[in-house]
Write a protein that binds this ligand. Structure first.
Ligand SMILES: [Ca+2]
Ligand SMILES: [Ca+2]
Ligand SMILES: [Ca+2]
Ligand SMILES: [Ca+2]
Length: 464
């Protein structure tokens, strides 16, 4: 009996099936390769595109920094905070890129900063407390500040090695591993605070992990994402929000000559000034009110109070007089721009009157030409106590510039401090804050940010 042969047809079918499987395998492999190739091209395209967008954003930031310096150079009233309408500050197109100056609202009540959208503009460094001049008592009143850190700040900058109560000098820093010495000289940046005993991340940054002054989603979700926060719907920033090392006012008149030091040997000059600006009769009355001995006067605000001048009379001479011979007056706080938390640190204002100071200046905008207005909010003793610490002038500004390259990609952010207290504005500080993450709030993110970029990528992917 012959074993029936397997029908040829079937054998043929088997071969074909085998070939088909191979072909299918190969096709699948080719498709996979093509997909992988496409994907890798896509990734390369995306990477190159993002790099390009980042470069555009970085260039735009350089341009915006130069622009900010030009604004301060050209501003017609040096020492007066430029009006927000006097310069471009948000969604400024620079080629294919777009830049924003991240700002602050000085009138936002410190207890209820609920804003999730940033405000824009230059930030006044003279609205902050100067680490090189503030006393322990003033520092202690900052939100989150501890007695230890306040004292350590003063010990860090003072020349001696005598430990302030609760403070820390070299002895304490020598115990650290590795050891280092107490600086015993002025702070040059606010980041130097990180070296100090008692300074931890929470005190410095608080809930504002990206240092933009607004409540970002991760800053109000408890411990779900960094940083830790109390989820109360309000931003509780750290002390970096409120401190500076840059504020200083040239002790000069508008024509760059030295101001008249009324506590020194210049009574004749002062008298002539009063006569020129206010007439002989008023000058005589004012001199009677002031008395002949001005050596114990502690501020120009005290001159205003004791002389019983009118506010507009004082505004006419305030920029001409001083109680110091120094060429610069460091650390004065601009009462027109300081937030409530900083005003609360000023002797005579304190936590008791800081909110009243803010609400007075809000309802009297345009009438805040000199420090005289503070005497309308505080009693005489309070105003005299505050006098040595306050001004209405500012010469140093932060330009916190964020930028996006083409199609909302390539986010970058650099913070500059510009000092306009000398003949030409100079940059005193520069820090890349890109790693701190998105700082422009949700609305801009939705319009320009990653979301839009992602959409473009999807479109590009579909078209491949
Ligand atoms: Ca010291
Ligand atoms: Ca924030
Ligand atoms: Ca959080
Ligand atoms: Ca909070």
């Amino acid at each position: 009996m012959r074993i029936p042969r397997v029908p040829r047809k079937n054998q043929c079918q088997g071969d074909r099936a085998f070939v088909l499987v191979i072909v299918l395998w190969m096709s699948a492999g080719l498709v996979t390769l093509a997909l992988l190739f496409g994907q890798s091209m896509m990734l390369e395209y995306q990477a190159a595109d993002n790099t390009w967008a980042g470069a555009q954003a970085a260039e735009a930031i350089e341009g915006a920094a130069r622009y900010a310096m030009a604004v301060l150079t050209d501003w017609e009233e040096p020492g007066i905070v430029p009006e927000i309408t006097a310069y471009l500050h948000q969604e400024v197109e620079v080629g294919d890129a777009m830049v924003w100056f991240l700002g602050r609202d000085p009138n936002a009540p410190s207890g209820s900063r609920t804003s999730v959208q940033p405000v824009f503009g230059l930030i006044d460094e003279c609205s902050k407390l100067n680490l090189n001049t503030a006393t322990v008592e003033m520092l202690k009143l900052l939100p989150r500040m501890t007695d230890e850190l306040a004292a350590a700040i003063v010990d860090w900058r003072d020349e001696d090695d005598e430990v302030t109560e609760n403070g820390a000098e070299s002895n304490a820093y020598q115990l650290r591993s590795p050891a280092y010495a107490c600086k015993n000289a002025e702070f040059e940046t606010v980041e130097e605070l990180c070296l100090l005993i008692g300074a931890d991340w929470e005190i410095l940054y608080g809930e504002d992990a990206n240092l933009n002054g607004i409540l970002d989603p991760n800053e109000n979700d408890g411990n779900v994402s960094w940083p830790p926060d109390n989820q109360d719907g309000r931003l509780d920033p750290g002390i970096l929000e409120y401190v500076t090392v840059y504020s200083r006012e040239p002790n000069q008149r508008a024509d760059s000559s030295a101001r008249i030091n009324i506590t020194g040997d210049s009574s004749q000059e002062f008298q002539t000034l009063l006569q020129e600006k206010l007439g002989e009769e008023r000058a005589a009355e004012i001199q009677v009110n002031l008395g002949s001995d001005l050596s114990s006067i502690t501020s120009v605000l005290e001159v205003y109070i004791k002389s019983q001048m009118k506010e507009e009379e004082f505004a006419a001479i305030a920029g001409e007089i001083s109680i110091s011979d120094e060429s610069y007056l460091p650390g004065l706080i601009n009462i027109n721009t300081a937030p409530e938390a900083v005003l609360a640190c000023i002797p005579g204002i304190g936590t008791a009157h800081a909110a009243a100071v803010v609400s007075y200046r809000q309802s009297n905008a345009g009438k805040l030409d000199s420090v005289a207005w503070l005497a309308n909010v505080l009693d005489e003793a309070g105003a005299i106590a505050a006098g040595p610490y306050v001004t209405t002038r500012s010469y140093q500004y932060t330009a916190d510039i964020a930028a996006l390259g083409h199609e909302g990609k390539g986010y970058r952010r650099v913070r500059f401090v510009i000092d306009a207290s000398e003949e030409e504005p100079v940059i005193r500080y520069r820090r890349d804050l890109t790693p701190a993450g998105w700082a422009l709030g949700r609305e801009i993110q939705n319009r320009w940010g990653a979301w839009k970029g992602e959409n473009r990528v999807q479109q590009a992917r579909q078209s491949l």
